[in-house]
Design a protein around this ligand. Sequence first.
Ligand code: PLP
Length: 408
Amino acid sequence: MDVNSLRSQFPQLKESVYGKPLVYLDNAATSLRPLSVVQAWDEMSLKHNSNLHRAVHKTAVDATEKFEATRVAVADFIGASSPKEIVFTSGTTQSINLLAACLENAGFFSEGDEILIAESEHHSNIVPWQMVAARKGLKIKVLPVDNNGEILISRLPELLTPKTKICCVAQVSNVLGIINPVREICEICHANGTLFLVDGAQGVAHLTTDVLALGCDFYAFSGHKMFAAPGVGVLYGKKQLLDSLPPYMGGGEMIESVSWEKTTFAPVPGRFEAGTQNISGVPTLVPAIELCKQLKTSEIEKEQEKIKNLILEAFEKDPDITLHGNPVEREKKIPLFSISVKGAHHEDLSLILDKMGIATRSGQMCAEPLMDRFGVTGMLRASFAPYNTLEEANYFIECLQKAIKMLK
Ligand code: PLP
Protein backbone atom coordinates (compact mmCIF):
# COMPACT_ATOMS: atom_id res chain seq x y z
CA MET A 1 0.00 0.00 0.00
CA ASP A 2 1.30 3.49 -0.83
CA VAL A 3 0.17 6.74 0.72
CA ASN A 4 -2.07 7.66 -2.24
CA SER A 5 -4.02 4.42 -2.10
CA LEU A 6 -4.28 4.86 1.67
CA ARG A 7 -5.57 8.41 1.25
CA SER A 8 -8.23 7.26 -1.20
CA GLN A 9 -9.75 5.24 1.66
CA PHE A 10 -10.34 8.41 3.74
CA PRO A 11 -13.06 10.55 2.06
CA GLN A 12 -12.56 13.44 4.48
CA LEU A 13 -9.11 14.08 3.05
CA LYS A 14 -10.85 15.44 -0.05
CA GLU A 15 -12.55 18.18 1.98
CA SER A 16 -11.54 21.85 1.76
CA VAL A 17 -11.31 24.37 4.57
CA TYR A 18 -11.58 28.08 3.65
CA GLY A 19 -11.02 27.08 0.04
CA LYS A 20 -7.78 25.19 0.84
CA PRO A 21 -7.35 21.41 0.80
CA LEU A 22 -7.71 20.06 4.32
CA VAL A 23 -4.38 19.16 5.92
CA TYR A 24 -5.46 17.24 9.00
CA LEU A 25 -2.78 17.33 11.70
CA ASP A 26 -5.01 16.77 14.74
CA ASN A 27 -4.84 12.99 14.66
CA ALA A 28 -3.87 12.64 18.31
CA ALA A 29 -7.25 14.11 19.24
CA THR A 30 -9.14 11.87 16.84
CA SER A 31 -8.15 10.17 13.63
CA LEU A 32 -10.12 10.32 10.39
CA ARG A 33 -12.24 7.34 9.44
CA PRO A 34 -11.71 5.07 6.45
CA LEU A 35 -14.54 3.81 4.25
CA SER A 36 -14.13 0.29 5.64
CA VAL A 37 -15.03 1.57 9.10
CA VAL A 38 -17.94 3.66 7.88
CA GLN A 39 -19.24 0.65 5.91
CA ALA A 40 -18.97 -1.65 8.94
CA TRP A 41 -20.79 0.96 11.00
CA ASP A 42 -23.55 1.37 8.38
CA GLU A 43 -23.87 -2.36 7.93
CA MET A 44 -24.49 -2.84 11.64
CA SER A 45 -27.14 -0.09 11.60
CA LEU A 46 -28.79 -1.03 8.32
CA LYS A 47 -28.68 -4.83 8.44
CA HIS A 48 -27.79 -6.23 11.84
CA ASN A 49 -29.27 -3.82 14.34
CA SER A 50 -30.53 -5.68 17.35
CA ASN A 51 -29.76 -5.77 21.03
CA LEU A 52 -26.90 -8.05 22.13
CA HIS A 53 -26.67 -11.21 24.24
CA ARG A 54 -30.41 -11.24 24.90
CA ALA A 55 -32.78 -12.53 22.26
CA VAL A 56 -32.75 -15.84 20.41
CA HIS A 57 -33.86 -14.48 17.01
CA LYS A 58 -31.47 -14.58 14.06
CA THR A 59 -30.82 -10.82 13.89
CA ALA A 60 -29.91 -10.69 17.57
CA VAL A 61 -27.64 -13.70 17.17
CA ASP A 62 -25.90 -12.08 14.16
CA ALA A 63 -25.36 -8.79 16.03
CA THR A 64 -24.04 -10.65 19.08
CA GLU A 65 -21.69 -12.73 16.93
CA LYS A 66 -20.23 -9.59 15.35
CA PHE A 67 -19.77 -8.00 18.77
CA GLU A 68 -18.06 -11.07 20.21
CA ALA A 69 -15.93 -11.59 17.08
CA THR A 70 -14.64 -8.07 17.71
CA ARG A 71 -13.58 -9.09 21.20
CA VAL A 72 -11.56 -11.94 19.68
CA ALA A 73 -9.97 -9.57 17.12
CA VAL A 74 -9.04 -7.05 19.83
CA ALA A 75 -7.51 -9.75 22.06
CA ASP A 76 -5.44 -10.97 19.12
CA PHE A 77 -4.42 -7.41 18.14
CA ILE A 78 -3.00 -6.50 21.56
CA GLY A 79 -1.69 -9.98 22.38
CA ALA A 80 -4.09 -10.75 25.26
CA SER A 81 -4.25 -14.36 26.46
CA SER A 82 -8.02 -14.57 26.07
CA PRO A 83 -10.98 -12.52 24.74
CA LYS A 84 -12.30 -12.68 28.32
CA GLU A 85 -9.62 -10.13 29.18
CA ILE A 86 -11.22 -7.54 26.88
CA VAL A 87 -13.86 -5.22 28.36
CA PHE A 88 -15.66 -2.87 25.98
CA THR A 89 -16.11 0.70 27.20
CA SER A 90 -16.85 4.08 25.64
CA GLY A 91 -13.17 5.04 25.46
CA THR A 92 -9.93 5.35 27.39
CA THR A 93 -11.55 7.73 29.85
CA GLN A 94 -14.27 5.26 30.78
CA SER A 95 -11.77 2.40 30.89
CA ILE A 96 -9.64 4.18 33.49
CA ASN A 97 -12.64 5.37 35.51
CA LEU A 98 -14.00 1.82 35.48
CA LEU A 99 -10.71 0.44 36.73
CA ALA A 100 -10.30 3.07 39.44
CA ALA A 101 -13.88 2.55 40.69
CA CYS A 102 -13.63 -1.26 40.62
CA LEU A 103 -10.34 -1.29 42.52
CA GLU A 104 -11.89 1.02 45.09
CA ASN A 105 -15.03 -1.14 45.37
CA ALA A 106 -12.86 -4.23 45.74
CA GLY A 107 -11.32 -2.71 48.88
CA PHE A 108 -7.95 -2.61 47.13
CA PHE A 109 -7.01 0.75 48.68
CA SER A 110 -6.55 1.61 52.36
CA GLU A 111 -6.03 5.04 53.80
CA GLY A 112 -2.44 6.21 53.30
CA ASP A 113 -1.85 4.04 50.20
CA GLU A 114 -0.15 5.65 47.23
CA ILE A 115 -0.79 5.91 43.50
CA LEU A 116 2.14 6.80 41.25
CA ILE A 117 1.37 8.73 38.06
CA ALA A 118 3.75 10.03 35.39
CA GLU A 119 4.02 13.81 35.15
CA SER A 120 3.18 13.72 31.44
CA GLU A 121 -0.20 11.98 31.80
CA HIS A 122 -3.45 13.06 30.18
CA HIS A 123 -6.13 14.27 32.63
CA SER A 124 -7.94 10.96 31.98
CA ASN A 125 -5.13 9.17 33.74
CA ILE A 126 -4.90 11.69 36.59
CA VAL A 127 -8.37 12.84 37.61
CA PRO A 128 -10.06 9.42 38.12
CA TRP A 129 -7.20 8.52 40.49
CA GLN A 130 -7.46 11.87 42.28
CA MET A 131 -11.17 11.23 42.79
CA VAL A 132 -10.52 7.83 44.37
CA ALA A 133 -7.66 9.33 46.38
CA ALA A 134 -9.97 12.00 47.80
CA ARG A 135 -12.58 9.39 48.79
CA LYS A 136 -10.13 6.89 50.29
CA GLY A 137 -7.45 9.18 51.77
CA LEU A 138 -4.73 8.09 49.32
CA LYS A 139 -1.60 9.95 48.30
CA ILE A 140 -0.89 10.73 44.64
CA LYS A 141 2.81 10.72 43.82
CA VAL A 142 4.32 12.05 40.61
CA LEU A 143 6.88 10.25 38.49
CA PRO A 144 8.70 13.21 36.93
CA VAL A 145 9.98 13.82 33.39
CA ASP A 146 13.25 15.53 32.50
CA ASN A 147 13.54 18.69 30.40
CA ASN A 148 13.30 16.64 27.21
CA GLY A 149 10.08 15.07 28.46
CA GLU A 150 11.58 11.63 29.14
CA ILE A 151 10.37 9.84 32.27
CA LEU A 152 13.02 9.76 34.99
CA ILE A 153 13.08 6.03 35.66
CA SER A 154 16.01 6.59 38.01
CA ARG A 155 13.52 8.17 40.44
CA LEU A 156 11.37 5.02 40.67
CA PRO A 157 13.22 3.31 43.54
CA GLU A 158 12.79 6.31 45.81
CA LEU A 159 9.13 6.88 44.76
CA LEU A 160 7.93 3.30 45.11
CA THR A 161 7.14 2.22 48.65
CA PRO A 162 5.29 -0.78 50.10
CA LYS A 163 2.18 1.45 49.99
CA THR A 164 2.33 2.10 46.22
CA LYS A 165 -0.67 0.14 44.97
CA ILE A 166 -0.74 1.10 41.30
CA CYS A 167 1.41 3.03 38.83
CA CYS A 168 -0.19 4.66 35.76
CA VAL A 169 1.79 5.64 32.67
CA ALA A 170 0.95 6.35 29.02
CA GLN A 171 2.57 4.22 26.36
CA VAL A 172 3.02 7.44 24.34
CA SER A 173 2.49 10.96 25.67
CA ASN A 174 -0.26 12.88 23.84
CA VAL A 175 1.74 16.10 24.28
CA LEU A 176 5.34 15.02 23.88
CA GLY A 177 4.94 12.17 21.40
CA ILE A 178 7.52 10.27 23.45
CA ILE A 179 7.32 6.48 23.59
CA ASN A 180 7.66 5.80 27.29
CA PRO A 181 9.67 2.79 28.53
CA VAL A 182 6.55 1.12 29.92
CA ARG A 183 7.99 -2.38 29.91
CA GLU A 184 10.92 -1.33 32.05
CA ILE A 185 8.73 0.68 34.43
CA CYS A 186 6.33 -2.25 34.68
CA GLU A 187 9.11 -4.63 35.71
CA ILE A 188 10.28 -2.29 38.47
CA CYS A 189 6.71 -1.79 39.69
CA HIS A 190 6.01 -5.51 39.77
CA ALA A 191 9.19 -6.14 41.76
CA ASN A 192 7.67 -3.75 44.30
CA GLY A 193 4.28 -5.52 44.25
CA THR A 194 2.71 -2.53 42.48
CA LEU A 195 0.09 -2.99 39.74
CA PHE A 196 0.77 -1.31 36.42
CA LEU A 197 -1.70 0.42 34.07
CA VAL A 198 -0.71 1.50 30.58
CA ASP A 199 -2.76 4.22 28.90
CA GLY A 200 -2.50 3.10 25.30
CA ALA A 201 -4.65 5.89 23.79
CA GLN A 202 -1.78 7.25 21.69
CA GLY A 203 0.28 4.10 21.44
CA VAL A 204 -2.19 1.61 20.06
CA ALA A 205 -2.33 3.02 16.51
CA HIS A 206 1.37 3.87 16.21
CA LEU A 207 3.10 0.93 17.88
CA THR A 208 2.74 -2.83 17.87
CA THR A 209 1.26 -3.65 21.24
CA ASP A 210 1.75 -6.95 22.99
CA VAL A 211 0.30 -6.75 26.48
CA LEU A 212 1.90 -10.04 27.50
CA ALA A 213 5.35 -8.85 26.47
CA LEU A 214 4.73 -5.49 28.15
CA GLY A 215 3.71 -7.38 31.27
CA CYS A 216 1.17 -4.70 32.24
CA ASP A 217 -1.82 -5.58 34.38
CA PHE A 218 -4.20 -3.25 32.57
CA TYR A 219 -4.17 -1.50 29.19
CA ALA A 220 -6.73 1.12 28.07
CA PHE A 221 -7.41 2.62 24.63
CA SER A 222 -10.01 4.37 22.46
CA GLY A 223 -11.31 3.31 19.05
CA HIS A 224 -11.60 6.81 17.61
CA LYS A 225 -7.84 7.42 17.79
CA MET A 226 -7.21 4.30 15.67
CA PHE A 227 -9.67 4.94 12.82
CA ALA A 228 -12.69 3.23 14.46
CA ALA A 229 -15.98 4.76 15.58
CA PRO A 230 -16.15 7.22 18.48
CA GLY A 231 -17.75 6.05 21.72
CA VAL A 232 -15.85 2.76 21.64
CA GLY A 233 -12.98 1.80 23.90
CA VAL A 234 -11.28 -1.11 25.57
CA LEU A 235 -9.99 -2.02 28.99
CA TYR A 236 -7.68 -5.01 28.92
CA GLY A 237 -7.02 -6.64 32.28
CA LYS A 238 -5.26 -9.85 33.28
CA LYS A 239 -7.99 -12.43 33.77
CA GLN A 240 -7.22 -13.23 37.40
CA LEU A 241 -7.26 -9.52 38.24
CA LEU A 242 -10.54 -8.85 36.44
CA ASP A 243 -11.99 -11.91 38.17
CA SER A 244 -11.13 -10.36 41.52
CA LEU A 245 -12.97 -7.10 40.81
CA PRO A 246 -16.62 -6.37 41.59
CA PRO A 247 -18.81 -4.68 38.94
CA TYR A 248 -18.67 -0.99 38.13
CA MET A 249 -22.29 -0.34 37.13
CA GLY A 250 -25.38 -2.43 37.75
CA GLY A 251 -28.00 -3.20 35.11
CA GLY A 252 -29.05 -5.55 32.38
CA GLU A 253 -26.80 -8.36 31.18
CA MET A 254 -24.09 -7.93 33.84
CA ILE A 255 -25.83 -10.34 36.21
CA GLU A 256 -26.00 -14.06 36.77
CA SER A 257 -29.17 -13.98 38.85
CA VAL A 258 -31.29 -11.26 40.45
CA SER A 259 -33.69 -11.56 43.33
CA TRP A 260 -34.86 -9.15 46.03
CA GLU A 261 -32.70 -11.04 48.49
CA LYS A 262 -29.47 -11.47 46.55
CA THR A 263 -28.00 -10.62 43.16
CA THR A 264 -25.00 -12.39 41.71
CA PHE A 265 -22.89 -11.15 38.85
CA ALA A 266 -21.92 -12.51 35.45
CA PRO A 267 -18.39 -13.74 34.87
CA VAL A 268 -15.90 -11.34 33.26
CA PRO A 269 -16.03 -9.48 30.97
CA GLY A 270 -19.87 -9.29 30.95
CA ARG A 271 -19.84 -8.19 34.59
CA PHE A 272 -18.34 -4.87 33.49
CA GLU A 273 -20.65 -4.30 30.50
CA ALA A 274 -23.96 -3.27 32.05
CA GLY A 275 -26.77 -2.12 29.76
CA THR A 276 -26.98 -1.94 25.99
CA GLN A 277 -23.53 -1.74 24.46
CA ASN A 278 -22.38 0.24 21.41
CA ILE A 279 -23.96 -2.17 18.91
CA SER A 280 -22.84 -0.41 15.73
CA GLY A 281 -19.60 1.10 16.98
CA VAL A 282 -17.77 -1.86 18.52
CA PRO A 283 -17.62 -3.93 15.29
CA THR A 284 -15.85 -1.01 13.53
CA LEU A 285 -12.78 -2.02 15.54
CA VAL A 286 -12.39 -4.99 13.18
CA PRO A 287 -11.66 -3.02 9.96
CA ALA A 288 -9.73 -0.45 12.02
CA ILE A 289 -7.48 -3.19 13.41
CA GLU A 290 -7.08 -4.63 9.93
CA LEU A 291 -5.88 -1.26 8.66
CA CYS A 292 -3.51 -0.74 11.61
CA LYS A 293 -1.96 -4.15 10.91
CA GLN A 294 -1.54 -3.39 7.20
CA LEU A 295 0.05 -0.03 7.96
CA LYS A 296 2.61 -1.54 10.28
CA THR A 297 3.97 -3.73 7.51
CA SER A 298 3.82 -1.17 4.72
CA GLU A 299 6.23 1.31 3.14
CA ILE A 300 4.19 4.05 4.76
CA GLU A 301 6.04 3.55 8.06
CA LYS A 302 9.21 4.76 6.31
CA GLU A 303 7.35 7.83 5.02
CA GLN A 304 6.39 8.61 8.63
CA GLU A 305 10.06 8.49 9.64
CA LYS A 306 10.90 10.93 6.85
CA ILE A 307 8.15 13.29 8.01
CA LYS A 308 9.44 13.09 11.57
CA ASN A 309 13.00 13.92 10.54
CA LEU A 310 11.91 16.74 8.26
CA ILE A 311 9.87 18.44 11.00
CA LEU A 312 12.53 17.91 13.68
CA GLU A 313 15.21 19.41 11.45
CA ALA A 314 13.03 22.41 10.59
CA PHE A 315 12.35 23.08 14.29
CA GLU A 316 16.01 22.67 15.23
CA LYS A 317 16.97 25.39 12.72
CA ASP A 318 14.52 27.95 14.12
CA PRO A 319 15.75 29.60 17.34
CA ASP A 320 12.25 30.93 18.12
CA ILE A 321 10.74 27.45 18.30
CA THR A 322 10.95 25.27 21.40
CA LEU A 323 9.99 21.67 20.82
CA HIS A 324 8.53 20.02 23.94
CA GLY A 325 9.32 16.33 23.87
CA ASN A 326 12.72 15.95 22.31
CA PRO A 327 14.13 12.58 23.37
CA VAL A 328 17.83 11.94 22.96
CA GLU A 329 17.03 9.06 20.58
CA ARG A 330 14.67 10.09 17.78
CA GLU A 331 13.20 6.62 17.49
CA LYS A 332 11.61 7.16 20.90
CA LYS A 333 9.21 9.68 19.36
CA ILE A 334 6.15 9.29 17.12
CA PRO A 335 5.40 12.03 14.54
CA LEU A 336 3.64 14.25 17.09
CA PHE A 337 5.10 17.69 17.76
CA SER A 338 4.14 20.21 20.44
CA ILE A 339 5.89 23.56 20.35
CA SER A 340 6.08 27.00 21.89
CA VAL A 341 7.07 29.92 19.68
CA LYS A 342 8.75 33.01 21.08
CA GLY A 343 6.48 36.04 20.54
CA ALA A 344 3.55 34.07 19.10
CA HIS A 345 0.61 32.65 21.04
CA HIS A 346 -0.23 29.01 20.29
CA GLU A 347 -3.90 29.80 19.72
CA ASP A 348 -3.15 32.62 17.25
CA LEU A 349 -0.83 30.30 15.36
CA SER A 350 -3.48 27.59 15.22
CA LEU A 351 -6.12 30.06 14.00
CA ILE A 352 -3.85 31.34 11.21
CA LEU A 353 -2.88 27.80 10.20
CA ASP A 354 -6.58 26.92 10.08
CA LYS A 355 -7.12 29.67 7.49
CA MET A 356 -4.43 27.97 5.43
CA GLY A 357 -6.32 24.67 5.62
CA ILE A 358 -4.21 23.09 8.38
CA ALA A 359 -5.97 21.59 11.41
CA THR A 360 -3.71 21.68 14.48
CA ARG A 361 -4.44 21.60 18.20
CA SER A 362 -3.64 24.43 20.58
CA GLY A 363 -4.00 24.74 24.33
CA GLN A 364 -3.28 22.56 27.32
CA MET A 365 -4.11 19.30 25.56
CA CYS A 366 -5.71 17.90 28.72
CA ALA A 367 -2.32 17.85 30.42
CA GLU A 368 -2.29 20.94 32.62
CA PRO A 369 0.32 19.60 35.08
CA LEU A 370 2.69 19.08 32.15
CA MET A 371 2.08 22.66 30.94
CA ASP A 372 3.05 23.83 34.44
CA ARG A 373 6.15 21.62 34.30
CA PHE A 374 7.29 23.38 31.13
CA GLY A 375 6.15 26.83 32.35
CA VAL A 376 3.69 27.46 29.50
CA THR A 377 -0.04 28.16 29.32
CA GLY A 378 -0.43 25.94 26.27
CA MET A 379 1.31 24.63 23.19
CA LEU A 380 0.70 24.21 19.47
CA ARG A 381 0.49 20.53 18.45
CA ALA A 382 0.74 18.94 15.02
CA SER A 383 0.08 15.20 15.14
CA PHE A 384 0.54 13.17 11.98
CA ALA A 385 -1.14 9.96 10.85
CA PRO A 386 0.02 7.52 8.16
CA TYR A 387 -2.20 9.22 5.54
CA ASN A 388 -0.30 12.50 5.95
CA THR A 389 2.30 13.13 3.27
CA LEU A 390 5.77 14.66 3.10
CA GLU A 391 4.22 17.36 0.95
CA GLU A 392 1.79 18.20 3.74
CA ALA A 393 4.67 18.27 6.25
CA ASN A 394 6.54 20.75 4.04
CA TYR A 395 3.39 22.85 3.63
CA PHE A 396 2.90 22.86 7.41
CA ILE A 397 6.44 24.15 8.00
CA GLU A 398 6.06 26.80 5.29
CA CYS A 399 2.71 28.00 6.70
CA LEU A 400 3.99 27.93 10.28
CA GLN A 401 6.88 30.19 9.30
CA LYS A 402 4.47 32.57 7.56
CA ALA A 403 2.17 32.58 10.59
CA ILE A 404 5.10 33.32 12.94
CA LYS A 405 6.18 36.24 10.73
CA MET A 406 2.66 37.65 10.74
CA LEU A 407 2.53 37.61 14.54
CA LYS A 408 5.98 39.08 15.19
N1 PLP B 1 -5.10 9.30 27.30
C1 PLP B 1 -4.40 9.89 26.33
C2 PLP B 1 -2.91 9.71 26.28
C3 PLP B 1 -5.05 10.64 25.35
O1 PLP B 1 -4.34 11.22 24.39
C4 PLP B 1 -6.45 10.78 25.42
C5 PLP B 1 -7.16 11.62 24.45
O2 PLP B 1 -6.60 12.49 23.84
C6 PLP B 1 -7.14 10.12 26.44
C7 PLP B 1 -6.43 9.39 27.36
C8 PLP B 1 -8.62 10.18 26.55
O3 PLP B 1 -9.21 9.50 25.47
P1 PLP B 1 -10.79 9.50 25.25
O4 PLP B 1 -11.19 10.95 25.21
O5 PLP B 1 -10.94 8.82 23.93
O6 PLP B 1 -11.41 8.78 26.37
